[in-house]
Design a protein around this ligand. Structure first.
Ligand SMILES: Nc1nc2c(c(=O)[nH]1)N[C@H]1C(S)=C(S)[C@@H](COP(=O)(O)OP(=O)(O)OC[C@H]3O[C@@H](n4cnc5c(=O)[nH]c(N)nc54)[C@H](O)[C@@H]3O)O[C@H]1N2
Ligand SMILES: Nc1nc2c(c(=O)[nH]1)N[C@H]1C(S)=C(S)[C@@H](COP(=O)(O)OP(=O)(O)OC[C@H]3O[C@@H](n4cnc5c(=O)[nH]c(N)nc54)[C@H](O)[C@@H]3O)O[C@H]1N2
Ligand code: SF4
Ligand SMILES: [Mo]
Length: 773
């Protein structure tokens, strides 16, 4: 038994003893992490392993197996409530076909092997490739479902040991535009607000976020607020009618991509009608314009143009003249009077306003711009940094914030918002890592899409993926699936808990421990960092990803980077040094053991609910009011950006007349590998369907349940039509979820990305739909 599982059992025993001596209301916080045994079941706390909401759950363990899950009443995020995925967490671990032994491809077939054989082979492939082609020929592709420790170790090994910036994560497909949005506007990643905003605001603008299915617990907090305060209004701006729209006070449909124009039109009306907050703007805002890089990665090169430059308020105001309500109504399909009404609602001085968004903004060829435009409206009205009034970017994965963004596991990044391009940042990192600063290359290499293009071309030879399923989740999938199997020295390693569409592409498969089979930490969307202990052993020979990474390090001669007795605890204390004094302060490990998570910056043991504002943020002194203190070059001001509307690079035409949007359903998690193994969830939503409008279907002679063929310029799949299903497509639009491994909708998706964030647009491409013969 390893140290962490011993800690968990010790903590459980302490809790049991506490109960036995008559501790009436059991406080599971004090003894460490666990409640008393009840009917032979020992309970421990953990965050849910699914969405970025970060609900707290209590995990029931008996005879070395997770046997029960309940919502954690002490967790401030969810107060005891879970959604269907959370309640079935135990079954996610206990699927019948868990991978239990390493597999090596021999004569084309994946064949069981020992860990030693697998790691020897992997290490030899790494060494050979590095010796022949240099360190940029090897890569790791990780995940917002990595624990903080796993992400940290991978970054330290690749950037600090091997000496390559070839580390990327699936969060590039998800949160990258939110990151560049935050960095360009506030010079610091992640929200100023927190989930308390859901309880405290009056008006909520959702921009294509399907919270009812994708952030169900946050949505229910929002609905509770409205139940208690009938004045509360939820406005659902979206391209598709969802369960969220059903519950909203208003559903405002708009044509895909026109959110850029709509937000500019709202800003236009706010200024035209004198609704902006002049004092706030004068004190806290600068104006800039710029397109920065252009080109959507449809060519293999970035093109640079039009460096950002400062402009005046008047110049900004004039730039909005192209976005009168009338002009934008014609473009977006939203009536001009609705645009004016919404601008006035945004600016209403009596109402606290919160804006919420997820992939509708981020997966956008102008994802960075549209994030900037959402901030503009809050900055123009001064509705920011105070309880109930904030722009709140919702995060997808459980640790997209904690791991990929805060640890900085992207090619261009280092921990605590630092970047490889900055020599001082490399210096600081090298000092903490105990390495020569020259080891960390100054130039970023590839974003996620480009990383798989490099594999396709053969510039990357060896690639290791952990806690992600790229050969189902990448866009333009046919290209990258073929690229991986081209041979000629390419070598693909996949760490997973189940067989997937990625393990079938691999040369070596490593069986991995998941969630409470290991000790971990995640960071959620409200800057809350959670800790949990290992509670059960992984099945068979499965091992955790942290061990796997450190084992490769040892075999490559980089073992000295990981001199730990208790890796998780020691990695945490090392990692914490990056954020100290930088507005990203984290507490000592035990503070997280003993709490249901803490929101950073944590200074003197106190978490922070609201950033950049006096009375909440320890970095803002009394009398300073609001201070965007991370943006030093702009004198502690935030940036309002003039960003134009730009059409999507691929749009419906006579050959491919429909917009295809892809995304999620409540019951399934992403590529369905985990939720598909829970019989109840699988039965509830067995396969992907094609949502389409009944009028469009009628024209094509398609009836409910008919098999249809959906094709783009890149691929084609067959599935059933759903004309009046859970999600309702608007005219000229279809929607397909991507959880179904037998219906790879990603083969159709376009791999164009936002030139600033590198995030692909899974929400828009052109397809045709035909009745299948
Ligand atoms: N049940 C469940 N929950 C999840 C997940 C899951 O797999 N399953 N995954 C988690 C993760 S990682 C993520 S990233 C989130 C995703 O959460 P969401 O972004 O809420 O969900 P999606 O289904 O990806 O997005 C679909 C929505 O995109 C909007 N959209 C389409 N085109 C446009 C456009 O041009 N502009 C705008 N503004 N909106 C547009 C549409 O209104 C559509 O309903 O969910 C998280 N939660
Ligand atoms: N068409 C379309 N495609 C999309 C999107 C979209 O909206 N539309 N959204 C994009 C977004 S936002 C995201 S976040 C990505 C998600 O895409 P992926 O990350 O590829 O999808 P997941 O299904 O979450 O993959 C996680 C994998 O890790 C495995 N696993 C679970 N726990 C562990 C563990 O502890 N260790 C290891 N080694 N493996 C483990 C699971 O079995 C699963 O195979 O998809 C992107 N792709
Ligand atoms: S809302 Fe998200 S974090 Fe909460 S239980 Fe559901 S999947 Fe888990
Ligand atoms: Mo995501």
């Amino acid at each position: 038994m390893d140290v962490s599982r011993r800690d968990f059992i010790k903590a459980s025993a302490a809790a049991a003893a506490f109960a036995a001596v008559g501790g009436k209301s059991l406080n599971p916080l004090k003894p460490g992490a666990a409640e008393a045994a009840e009917g032979g079941v020992t309970w421990g706390k953990a965050p849910c392993r699914f969405c970025g909401t970060g609900c707290g759950v209590l995990v029931g363990v008996r005879d070395g197996k997770v046997v029960a899950i309940k919502g954690d009443p002490q967790a401030p995020v969810n107060k005891g409530l879970n959604c269907v995925k959370g309640y079935f967490l135990s079954k996610v671990l206990n699927g019948k076909d868990r991978l239990t032994t390493p597999l090596i491809r021999k004569d084309g077939k994946l064949t069981p092997a020992s860990w030693d054989e697998a790691m020897t082979l992997i290490a030899s492939k790494f060494k050979e490739s590095i010796a022949k082609y240099g360190p940029d020929s090897v890569a790791i592709y990780g995940s917002g479902q990595w624990t903080i420790f796993e992400g940290y170790a991978a970054s330290k090994l690749f950037k600090g040991g091997i000496g390559t910036n070839n580390i990327e994560v699936n969060a590039r497909l998800c949160m990258a535009s939110a990151v560049t949005g935050f960095m360009t506007t506030f010079a610091s990643d992640e929200p100023m607000g927190c989930y308390d905003d859901l309880d405290l605001g009056d008006t909520y603008f959702l921009w294509g976020a399907n919270m009812a299915e994708c952030h169900p617990i946050l949505f229910s907090r929002l609905l509770t607020n409205r139940l208690n305060n009938p004045e509360v209004k939820i406005i659902d701006f979206a391209t598709r009618r969802t369960r969220t729209s059903l519950m909203a006070d208003r559903y405002i449909k708009f044509k895909p991509q026109t959110d850029l124009a709509l937000l500019n039109a709202i800003a236009y009306v706010i200024i035209r009608d004198g609704l902006h907050d002049e004092a706030f703007i004068k004190e806290h805002v600068v104006f800039k314009k710029g397109k920065e890089n252009i080109g959507y990665g449809l060519e293999d090169k970035f093109k640079f143009a039009d460096e950002p430059k400062g402009i005046t308020f008047e110049e900004y105001r004039d730039s909005l003249k192209a976005y009168t309500p009338e002009k934008v109504a014609a473009l977006s399909g939203v009536p001009a009077e609705t645009i004016v009404e919404m601008a006035h609602l945004y600016a209403d001085k009596k109402r606290k306003v919160t804006t919420l968004w997820t992939m509708g903004f981020n997966q956008h060829t102008r994802g960075t711009w549209v994030n900037n435009l959402a901030y503009n409206v809050h900055l123009l009205t001064g509705k920011i940094c105070r309880p109930g009034e904030n722009p709140m970017s919702l995060t997808g994965q459980p640790s997209a914030c904690g791991t990929t963004r805060e640890v900085g596991t992207f090619t261009h990044r280092l921990p605590a918002d630092m970047v490889v391009a900055n020599p001082e940042h490399r210096e600081k990192t090298a000092k903490i890592w105990g390495i020569d600063p020259k080891k960390i290359p100054a130039k970023p290499t590839y974003n996620a899409t480009e990383m798989f293009r490099a594999l396709d071309r053969g510039d990357i030879k060896v690639i290791w993926s952990q806690v992600t399923n790229p050969f189902q989740s990448l866009p333009n999938l046919n290209r990258y699936r073929k690229g991986a199997r081209k041979g000629e020295g390419r070598f693909v390693i996949v760490s997973d808990m189940y067989p997937t569409r990625s393990t079938e592409q691999a040369d070596v498969v490593l069986p991995s421990a998941s969630w409470v089979e290991k000790e971990g930490m995640f960071g959620n969307a409200e800057r809350r960092t959670h800790q949990w202990f290992k509670m059960v052993d992984a099945p068979g020979e499965a091992k955790d990803d942290l061990w796997q990474t450190m084992e490769l390090a040892r075999r490559l001669g980089h073992g000295s980077l990981f001199p730990y007795q208790h890796p998780q605890r020691e990695i945490w204390e090392e990692y914490r040094k990056f954020g100290e004094g930088q507005g990203k302060d984290l507490a000592p490990y035990d503070a997280y053991v003993e709490s249901r998570g803490l929101r950073w910056p944590v200074v003197n043991g106190q978490e922070t609910r609201y950033r950049y504002v006096e009375g909440y943020d320890p970095y803002v002194k009394a009398g300073e009011g609001v201070k965007f203190y991370k943006n030093k070059p702009d004198h502690y001001r935030a940036v309002i950006w003039a960003r134009p509307y730009e059409p999507a690079p691929e749009q419906p035409d006579q050959h491919y007349p429909f917009w295809l949007c892809t995304g999620r359903v409540l019951e399934h998690w992403h590529t369905g590998t985990m939720t598909g193994r829970v019989p109840e969830l699988k039965r509830a939503y067995p396969e992907a369907v094609c949502e389409m409008h009944p009028d469009d279907a009628k024209k094509l002679g398609i009836k409910q349940g008919d098999q249809v063929r959906v094709s783009s310029r890149r691929g084609s799949i067959q599935l059933a039509a759903d004309l009046n299903g859970r999600g309702k497509a608007e005219h000229g639009n279809v929607f397909v979820a991507f959880f179904d491994e037998n219906k790879l909708i990603n083969e159709l998706c376009l791999d164009a990305y936002c030139p600033i964030s590198g995030e692909p647009d899974y929400k828009k491409c052109a397809v045709k739909v035909e009745k299948a013969r």
